[in-house]
Design a protein around this ligand. Structure first.
Ligand code: GLP
Length: 242
């Protein structure tokens, strides 16, 4: 059973998670962080940047692996997850850019990109703490409903609700890519500690399904119940149906 922590707001969640990550880095200066994109973890990244600055934490050895990437965006596109991770995480936290990996969504090398990413994660010794958001459809990473609970990093087709949700980051809804490369649910479950964040009433159904529903591929978030160490941090609105 996941540990559920109900907090006042995203900033309170950010302070909690930042504290846990700072402890981790103090104990293991080359800690491996699992990084999520989306709006959910942004307050956490801001809180973590503050803690690193205020407590003068040496993060030069910290490594990171992003969950997912769009396939086929031009290199340097501001909404590629590579660009987002650089802007929201690597730069404000002062991480070493070469130590933070994002799946490679270049169509030219996409056939081998999943296996390459898995190999890099294994070589790094696995993820110590994985930050997760959850989509309205219950997806984690870009593992949409129907994804195998044992899946590894691979190419997936985005569902229409997810493309619609992510259209706000693009000039036109048609610009949202059709495909992505994402860590699988099996990949995510290999992390040593999962921290799932969700805020707002739009996430309440996905959260109750993830925490209390049957473990099923039709609700990818429910896979967290298979993990021995999961912390779910939510506000009152996202916790409303628990
Ligand atoms: C996106 C990302 C997920 C994220 C989810 C929720 O599509 N691929 O990693 O958790 O959708 O996004 P948000 O945090 O903006 O609600």
């Amino acid at each position: 059973m996941a540990e559920v922590v109900i907090v006042r707001d995203e900033d309170a969640a950010g302070a909690l998670v930042a504290g846990a990550i700072v402890e981790l880095i103090r104990a293991k200066p080359d800690a491996v962080l699992g990084l999520a994109t989306g709006s959910t973890p942004l307050a956490t990244y801001r809180a973590l940047a503050r803690r690193i600055r205020d407590d003068r934490i040496d993060v030069r050895g910290v490594r990171g692996f992003a969950l997912d990437e769009y396939v086929g965006l031009p290199a340097g596109h501001p909404e590629s997850y590579r660009a987002v991770i650089t802007r929201e995480v690597v730069e404000p936290l002062g991480l070493t850019p070469e130590l933070v990996r994002v799946p490679n969504g270049d169509p030219a090398t996409i056939r081998t990109a999943g296996a390459d990413y898995e190999a890099a994660m294994v070589a790094a010794g696995g993820v110590d703490l994985q930050i997760l958001g959850i989509g309205r459809t219950g997806h984690i990473g870009f593992n949409e409903p129907g994804s195998s609970l044992a899946s590894l990093t691979r190419v997936k087709t985005l569902t229409e609700p997810t493309r619609a949700d992510n259209a706000r980051f693009f000039d036109s809804p048609d610009d949202v890519p059709m495909h992505c490369i994402t860590q699988g649910i099996g990949t995510i479950l290999r992390a040593r500690h999962l921290v799932l964040l969700a805020f707002g009433e739009a996430k309440a159904d996905a959260i109750v399904a993830a925490v209390e529903g049957p473990v099923t591929a039709s609700q990818p978030g429910s896979a967290i119940q298979l993990h021995p160490r999961t912390t779910v941090i939510v506000d009152e609105a996202a916790a409303a149906r628990l």
